[in-house]
Design a protein around this ligand. Structure first.
Ligand code: NAD
Length: 298
């Protein structure tokens, strides 16, 4: 059994780390949010006072943080992962970050003799709870195999996507498609209601028809249809609008860098920006549905 340092115990990290504990590993957890750490400790995480303390004792270091800037902060500096991790430890980042940050992690780790893998995930909090996440692993094959062995209890599907940063590239494109599909689900749900369709009947029709998508199946934005959707919890975030905007922004930037036209991504991003401008960035991203409702209510 391994000792694993887990940095970032929010919506995803808390649920994912619970599977490693259930599999018999020791998880040393760090999170500046007292509430997040307390919840994780209740689920079996051993609290560590700092990143330095957690990684010094670890065979593997996993980061599950909001953005690239958080990952950089945790890795660099006198209190960071690179300074305190054991030489033989494998390091991997499951956060959704920009490609530059992921490359920075690969380069900095290689320079210091560490194995690093970009290891983003897909499947939402439901997939994290159920241990069925899809992992996309980018890095040297021998490092990828070490990560594959560890993530088994959290994973449904594991893809070795290629060399450094290919995992994060796959994730960025996947999430762009997700948030375009979410926008379609928001618009479709409201148009169906206005055309007099019963929401359950319409959802059943789409589930068996060509409008079906993961967003429609998992995050349907009408209360009473999909049990674990945020629509049934006052749109409290399972995937916040802030993080969704971050993700689709990464795709839009990649499109600009590569000359790929992304009108659908721009349209979906504009709706997320409206939520953020209203001070609702902390709410679930599926709340974009309110802009399709004729009276703005959901
Ligand atoms: P979250 O905001 O719920 O959790 C992030 C946690 O990181 C918070 O608890 C925060 O306090 C902690 N944190 C911030 N700075 C830290 C630091 N320096 N050291 C330790 N902890 C720190 O976010 P989340 O929903 O768990 O998402 C995490 C990452 O996974 C994001 O990059 C997100 O885009 C990605 N992701 C999210 C989902 C989802 O459905 N929520 C799905 C797939 C991927």
């Amino acid at each position: 059994m391994a000792t694993i340092a887990w940095i970032g115990l929010g919506n995803m990290g808390s649920r994912m780390s619970a599977h490693l504990i259930a599999a018999g590993h020791t998880v040393l957890g760090v999170d500046p949010s007292a509430a997040a750490l307390e919840q994780a400790v209740a689920a079996g995480v051993t609290p560590a006072a700092s990143v330095a303390e957690a990684v010094a004792a670890a065979d593997a270091v996993i980061t599950m943080l909001p953005k690239g800037e958080h990952v950089r902060r945790v890795y660099e500096g006198p209190d960071g992962v690179w300074e305190h991790a054991q030489q033989g430890a494998v390091l991997f980042d499951s956060s959704t970050v920009d490609i530059e940050t992921s490359q920075w992690c690969h380069t900095g780790s290689a320079e210091r003799g560490f194995a690093f893998v970009d290891a983003p995930v897909s499947g939402g909090t439901a997939g994290a709870s159920d241990g069925t996440l899809a992992f996309m692993l980018g890095g040297a094959p021998q490092h990828v195999e070490r990560v594959r062995e560890l993530i088994g209890p959290m994973a449904g599907n594991v893809f070795a996507t290629g060399g450094p940063t290919t995992g994060i590239a796959a994730k960025i494109v996947n999430n762009m498609m997700l948030f375009i599909a979410q926008q379609a689900s928001a618009e479709g749900s409201q148009l169906a209601l206005q055309l007099g369709l019963d929401p359950q009947v319409f959802w059943d029709v789409v589930s068996a028809s060509s409008g079906r998508s993961w967003a429609q199946q998992t995050w349907y934005p009408v209360p009473g249809i999909v049990e674990r959707a945020a629509a049934n919890q006052n749109f409290d975030a399972t995937f916040s609008a802030d993080l969704a905007r971050k993700d689709i922004g990464l795709a839009v930037r990649a499109g600009a860098d590569t000359g790929v036209s992304l009108p659908g991504a721009h349209a979906a991003m504009a709706q997320l920006d409206r939520l953020i401008d209203e001070g609702l960035g902390h709410k679930d991203s599926s709340l974009v549905v309110k802009y399709s409702s004729p009276d703005g209510t959901v």
